[in-house]
Ligand binder design. Structure first.
Ligand code: AMP
Length: 312
């Protein structure tokens, strides 16, 4: 079994109210791959410049992530993104986006990447997502992420992608923007009508909800005392969620399995935000993930079997 992800491999500059980093490894595909590597063999399809060092690549290969399809453009510079978080750590301003080699990115998939059973299309130009999807003919589970930029300027192509995938993972504002619906539930239902069987609405530090035709499930984020850097939380969540489903290949996916996948995504995302960039997830261990999933289960369960006579 294997999982292919296409998306950004980047250098990020991040400032929070507490600290800042001027340049660290990031990118949606990077955060996703590190999280998904707990569950399956991961192939990353992306592009970098020659400022991307062997040390950067080793962050991925240390976890047996296949980087063969990360193209190195000679004389080029790696995609650079810079953001500043507000005091609530849930919203941020993008200060700078330098596409660099990403501007002319044409995903090139090896036979191994094309043969993956699971495919994640991280946030890139929807027409490129379509190209990748068309090449992955063996996939039994496909998922897509996107952002407001593509909803605003490439909505038609994004809707074509959505019609072809099994799962859409967006934040709550994005699914409302995309569908024009006023609530997460009505927006998710509108997306289910387009073809996918699973829609996830991420809600930042408030957690995430998943809506399927079988029903829905809602999970808060794991409560942490301190959050150091929320960058990549959504991609780590997606990596945990999609990775869990890759490791549970019975299809169609049931809501019961989706609920557990949500817990793994939520747990790994909570580690991601404890430190800057990839620092925490790159040294995270399986037993730590399992312990946090169990902790999450214990603080979100309640017993509704006790009888109470309500007064009216
Ligand atoms: P998240 O915090 O989950 O939204 O993911 C942030 C990651 O996405 C960062 O590591 C950035 O490098 C990357 N990123 C930011 N903007 C873009 C963009 N326009 N296209 C692709 N990746 C991006």
């Amino acid at each position: 079994m294997s999982l292919t992800v296409v998306g950004s491999v980047a250098f990020d500059a991040v400032a929070t109210p507490f600290a800042a980093r001027e340049r660290m490894l990031g990118g949606a595909a990077t955060h996703f791959a590190l999280a998904a590597s707990f569950f399956d063999d991961v192939h990353v399809v992306g592009v970098v410049g020659d400022d991307f060092s062997a040390e950067d690549e080793a962050v991925l290969t240390a976890h047996k992530i296949d980087t063969t399809d990360i193209e190195h453009v000679e004389g080029g510079k790696t995609f650079f993104w810079s953001g500043r978080y507000h005091d609530n750590m849930n919203s941020r301003d993008t200060l700078d986006t330098q596409l660099n080699v990403f501007e002319t990115f044409e995903p090139k998939l090896s036979e191994a990447s094309k043969a993956a059973k699971t495919v994640f299309l991280a946030n890139i130009l929807p027409s490129l997502q379509l190209q990748v999807l068309e090449q992955c003919t063996e996939a039994t589970f496909t998922a897509v992420d996107s952002m407001d930029l593509w909803i605003n300027i490439a909505k038609e192509d994004l809707l074509k992608v959505i019609a072809k995938v099994d799962c859409v993972i967006l934040n709550d504002e994005e699914i409302e923007l995309l569908t024009g619906e006023p609530t997460i539930v009505s927006a998710a239902q509108a997306l289910l009508e387009l073809g996918p069987s699973i829609v996830i609405a991420k809600q930042g530090k408030y957690g995430a909800g998943v809506i399927t035709k079988e029903g829905s499930f809602w999970l808060p984020a794991f409560p942490l005392n301190e959050v150091h850097d929320p960058t990549g939380a959504g991609d780590s969540f997606a990596g945990g969620f999609v990775g869990y489903l890759a490791a549970h290949p019975e299809r169609p996916v049931t809501l019961e399995v989706v609920r557990r996948a949500m817990a793994y995504g939520t747990a790994i995302a909570s580690f991601n935000v404890e430190e800057f960039g990839t620092d925490r997830v790159s040294r995270l261990t399986g037993p730590e993930v399992v312990a946090r999933v169990q902790h999450l289960a214990s603080i979100t369960q309640f017993d509704d079997t006790t009888q109470i006579d309500l007064r009216r």
